[in-house]
Write a protein that binds this ligand. Structure first.
Ligand code: HEM
Length: 471
């Protein structure tokens, strides 16, 4: 266990560059590393445990009543807007979590999700219709706009694009301030400090969510979207719902859905364009199997290479690279006895790059997924167990439809010489976006020379030919 100055240094390194820190601790200490509390008097000296591997993920995620959520985001003081907006589904545990999750489940069922395809397809077309040949655009920004519109339309029944963009930008600002506040030791509500600005931004966020709910009221009596369901629960006092709960749920749904999906989309399109032979095979698959736009769910589910591309992008660049849990009683994890209050940080990023599970783990190789389903705790881009991501089938549909449409209409190449850096700001995102050039779909697929830390994250060597018979 690291203690004293070593734990301080370690903690600062984790905050500054979590992925580099997690790689270094895994190399040095193995799959479990315990960090003493940098301030032994803070929260009773609770420890932090970093864990890599499916077995630990199974123990932790499989026991949600022992390992509770918390610690992933900064909470404000009680009574602050930051505290209130972070009390939604994600912060709930036990029976309250189960009841609220059940209430919100219907819009995320497989049949409900399939019914969204036409709307998602229209929104995708509205985005790509704006693209002009030979222009360079930031694909990350484009995908943020898309996932923002999709979240606003489908989750909230809100067709006001300007309002949804304002919410998306406010969430982005909130996450950036959250990251800045963590790195700054002064957690005081003072003008000019990152923490003070974070608190003000949360107040703005709360006001925007309140307006969003007000707009949702007009459809609430019959609406099947999640906001209508929550407003009806508020009006009928189901689960003792209060307005602050609806705002907090709406905030977490918005933040959890649009930020993660935008990252997954941007990384997927980037990885496809940097692997020309995969791009070519994927285009063949799409061309030969999809006759209408949008394709129906069975058609889209029957495309093995598309499925492999999406899963492989989520494996290599998981939008949520690690998750936090807090032990709620003394419990063993591996050979460590955790105490009530100790924090566990599950490192999905490196579990998904374990060479024993994934041959040549840093290579983008969609064919590895043909006919194979790894253990659900060894591949966890959507987490696992009873708290599996509520929107995972929704996200997969959005990802697949977007890739299909972009490939049908355009060929994208990364701007030569672009610096592509992955950073963790709650989610794993491209630091300066991903500049890509739009070409007609002429099948002249080619990779571009690039710089940035992505070159350490992905092994870009050419892959062998796609062999459909190997499925
Ligand atoms: C590629 C896109 C997405 C990824 C990678 C992703 C990933 C995750 C992960 C890893 C968790 C668990 C976090 C934890 O327990 O610490 C989670 C939870 C959650 N996700 Fe997603 N998500 C995505 C899209 C969505 C979408 C589209 C929605 C829809 C609204 C959504 C809603 C949620 C909710 C509500 C939770 C909390 C569930 C609970 O605590 O019971 N996510 N997601």
């Amino acid at each position: 266990m690291l203690r004293g100055i070593a734990s301080w240094r370690s903690w600062l390194q984790f905050i500054r560059d979590p992925l580099a820190y997690l790689a270094a601790t895994q190399n040095r200490f193995g799959a479990l590393c315990v960090l003493g509390n940098p301030l032994p008097i803070w929260r009773g000296g609770r420890r932090f445990v970093f864990a890599v591997g499916g077995e630990y993920a199974r123990q932790v995620l499989g026991q949600p009543d022992v390992f509770r959520t918390g610690g992933q985001v900064m909470l404000g003081p009680r009574g602050s807007a930051l505290y209130r907006i972070r009390r939604g589904l994600f912060a709930m545990n036990g029976p309250r979590h189960r009841a609220n999750r059940r209430l919100m489940q219907p819009p995320f069922s497989k049949s409900a999700v399939a019914s969204y395809a036409a709307t998602i397809a229209q929104l995708i077309d509205q985005i790509v219709d704006r693209w002009r040949l030979d222009e360079t655009l930031d694909i990350y920004r484009e995908m943020r706009t898309l996932s923002n519109w999709v979240a606003a339309h489908i989750l909230f029944g809100n067709e006001d694009f300007a309002a949804s963009i304002e919410i998306g930008n406010a969430i982005e600002e909130l996450l950036a301030l959250d990251a800045r506040a963590r790195k700054n030791p002064i957690w005081l509500d003072m003008p000019g400090t990152p923490f003070g600005r974070l608190l003000r931004q949360a107040e703005r966020m709360e006001a925007l969510m309140r307006q969003c709910i007000e707009r949702g009221r007009k459809n609430a009596s019959q609406g099947t979207d999640v906001i209508s369901i929550l407003i009806r629960a508020l009006d009928t006092q189901t689960l003792q719902m209060r307005e602050t709960d609806v705002i907090a749920h709406a905030f977490i749904l918005y933040a959890a859905s649009f930020e993660t999906t935008a990252n997954a989309l941007a990384w997927s399109l980037f990885l496809i364009s940097q692997h020309p032979s995969i791009a070519s095979d994927l285009h063949d698959e799409i061309n030969s199997q999809i006759a209408t736009w949008p394709p129906d769910q069975p058609t889209i589910d029957a495309l093995p290479l598309l499925e492999g591309v999406v899963l492989e992008a989520l494996r290599l660049m998981p939008p949520v690279p690690f998750t936090f849990r807090t032990a709620r009683r003394d419990v063993e994890l591996g050979d460590i006895l955790l105490h009530d209050g100790d924090k566990v940080i599950l490192n999905h990023f490196h579990t998904q790059r374990n060479a024993d599970l994934f041959h040549e783990p840093n290579r983008f190789n969609p064919a590895r997924w043909f006919g194979v389903r790894p253990d659900p705790y060894e591949f966890t881009p959507f987490s696992g167990g009873p708290r599996l991501c509520l929107g995972y089938s929704f996200a997969l549909l959005e990802l697949k439809l977007t890739i299909v449409r972009v490939m049908q209409r355009f060929r994208l190449t990364v701007a030569p010489g672009a610096a592509i850096d992955g950073i963790v700001q709650l989610t794993l995102r491209p630091r300066r976006g991903i500049p890509m050039i739009v070409h007609a779909q002429d099948r002249a697929f080619m990779a571009s020379p690039i710089t940035g830390n992505i070159r350490q994250m992905i092994d870009f060597r050419a892959l062998p030919e796609f062999a459909p018979d190997a499925r």
